[in-house]
Design a protein around this ligand. Sequence first.
Ligand code: AMP
Length: 453
Amino acid sequence: MSFSDLGLLPELIRAVADKGYDTPSPIQTQAIPAVLAGRDVLAGAQTGTGKTAGFVLPILQLLAADQAHGSSRAPRALVLTPTRELAAQVAQSARDYGKYMQLRTYQVFGGVSINPQISALRSGCDILVATPGRLLDLAQQRCVDLSRVQVLVLDEADRMLDMGFINDIRKIIKLLPPKRQNLLFSATYSDDIRGLAERLLHNPLSVQVAPRNAPIELVEQCAYRVQKEQKRHLLVHLIQENQWRQVLIFTRTKHGANRLTQQLEGAGIQAAAIHGNKSQAARVKALDMFKRGEVTCLVATEVAARGLDIKELPQVVNYELPNVPEDYVHRIGRTGRAGAAGEAVSLVSSDETGLLRDIERVLRRSIPTLPTPTFKILESASPSPQRDSRPAQSGRHGGHQGGHQGGHGSQGGHGHHQRRDSRRPAAVGGRSHTGTGAGAGTRSFGPSKGRFR
Ligand code: AMP
């Protein structure tokens, strides 16, 4: 099955190919033809299944084919989402998939000034992605005309209900034309969702897909607090001590991905980078090498990793936290596929504390922060020698430029060689972080004191 088998326009197929997807996911295979045929859809699908493209692609096609709207730029498709992050992401997907079409997508959500949204809505759009509260505000101020909506999508409907949006949704639905197509996506089915689906949908196609990624609950998550400039050393330590064999590492920038790849290589760990500046061929090659186990680490930026499909990936490392919490879910959802145990480790510097908190809010659970294990500072892995800025440590280590390995973290006897050992507070957390020896190639730094939550 290919995207062209689903009856999509060449412009959409081209856009999908640009994203690097080669085959439609199960939700896409089922939903796309149904939406194109004008049917209502009830889809049990969570983030990570490719659900967004499952509704965005056919909607773009329906709107492109619809000539009846004349010069009106009132929205013809409305997507309601629970959070602004999801709204922004869905809108971005619509722009990405619609880049070879002349359709306009706009997003509105609360928490930001309403005035720019009012002006933007005045100039019109074809697809409007909105959180319910803000949309209702705009509608009540008569700043948006919902009378032309032909397709309504409730994305992550279960979360919208959890967040208490049901009344807003009801009010919004009253503003829509009665004759329209309705699509409801929900990860779970409660009685409330069933009730909503019964009222909203007419003879829907029901689609239930197994999560493409493991449910987030199956992914073991933890965070280490570490200074930004020492992240690479901690990463090398974790890879070596835990004997990780296949690690997908996320960095925020392309430059950062290249630099980290070189640093890992410098530390004797085979790594390849994958990001938007690399040609498609180079990306495919890097991915193949990673899948075959020829390189241990694949260092990726968010965007480059979007289309990656790697089966049963054991380990994801957030070398830098994403700015958008949902991206964290996407990232870690890549591990632990098909029931295999997955582990997601985040290296969090002090300036990322707020990002971690945002992620935890979206996950609705906390990510345990583990004591940072003692790790070595590898001179070979650092282009410019790093000095620890912590007074206690710089005092200890500042003068050590000769000799062998540094502190206890590098001594086998203290080992945390077993896969999970470095997580045991007793193994590392309780000890003093001061190194006892001098280091030629290496210096040791100990656990960060104090958790930061
Ligand atoms: P979603 O479930 O819509 O949040 O999508 C999850 C991730 O899968 C996103 O990063 C998409 O870009 C990506 N994706 C969507 N469709 C495909 C596909 N057919 N092949 C590979 N990746 C996809």
